[in-house]
Design a protein around this ligand. Sequence first.
Ligand code: PFF
Length: 458
Amino acid sequence: MVEKREHWGSRFGFILAASGSAVGLGNIWKYPHMAGSNGGAAFTMIYLLCIAVVGLPILIGEFVIGRKTQLSPVGAFEKLAQKSWWKYVGFLGVASAFVILSFYSVVGGWTLRYTFLALTTGFESFAGNPDIASDAFNSFVSNAWNPIFWHLIFMGLCIWIIVNGVKGGIERWSKVMMPMILVLLVILMVRGITLPGGMEGVKFLFLPKFSDLTASSVVLALGHAFFTLSLGMGTMITYGSYLGKDQNLVTSGILILVIDTIIALMAGVVIFTTVFALGADPGEGPGLIFTILPTIFPQMPGGHLWGTLFFFLLFLAALTSAISILEVVTAYFIDQKGWSRSRATYVFGSIIGIVGVFCSLSLGGFTDFSTVFNISFFNFLDYASSKYMLPIGGMLTAIFVLYRWGIPKFLEEIREGQKGKGLPDIVVKVLFSIAIVVVFFIIANEIVEVFTGSPLIG
Ligand code: PFF
């Protein structure tokens, strides 16, 4: 007898799980520093356009493919396009999940270690001294054992949640963690805005400075649209496969996009109000979180608490995303290979954990054998996945919907669970066509830059 597929317990649970996947390090770590160095609100406007025009059709496309087939990516493409090479798009997704989780969980480990550090020391020794904080950060990540220890704990938590299944693991914990993320953000935001000088940070983030916006900001915003919505590797196909026909996939997609965006904006407010109130440099870039904020918290009243809450928030956001990545790999072995959930999760969670160990070691602990094309293994996996694997996966998914599966069948599935007629065929065709052209352009731009040293634009 074929076992019935496990489904989400409620629409609310599904929305929280999917927005948990979307809300992650991309929102709290990447978006604020990207907006900070690319024209503030000017960047945000471009970014919103990108997620609405390119992100939303592909997000809904992934949900529809998943729900229609009730399978994870490889099986889904195989079922809709039998005896064709389309299943390799699904394999690309599983490979991307494997690659991304290997380095994502290393950073997840850093968030855990910084939460612990904030809790136990309040970052006292870093107060007002970015050089000390940055030396401490560099010596931590390049240490052989310390980051591996935290990475393995983080990976262990992911495995534990995924072993417990869709309803008992992912949904249950998303229902706990997502509200916590929101509450923490609101508390930290109120704290930031009420700091003397904090409003300067809000202005910095929300006043458009078009002079700081360059062509490369546009490319950056587009690339980030994929990462932040967890697109291009079948995560949302997998999550969609646990849905029933009664769900409205269009409103769910829009809701998830809105939650993801609001959380990114709130994180921006938290970070920049703090940075401005204490007179730190807002254009610091990627180091902002691990090297600048720890110097600021000990200088504010109650900083011990605020620092701990902030890094705990970052940890929760990383964990709700990481579990969705592990679920892609696990679901493949369950659906296609007939493995039990616990076997698939333990075996592949452990393998990814081991690859993550090498990622971490490549940052200084053991560089001799862990450099690929002259960059660390860690940076190589990050670069390969976010610049190529996710955009290519997303573009192929859109091409699949438009040319192979076909808009009429796609719309037939979308209309299940939807009241009213929904969008006309032609609008959907145009949206998918724009998404394909735009993504093709980003990938081409990157390839031209690799070969010629200068991009087409940017
Ligand atoms: N969306 C996550 C973030 O913004 O951090 C990252 C991510 C999760 C990417 C899941 C891809 C994915 F499948």
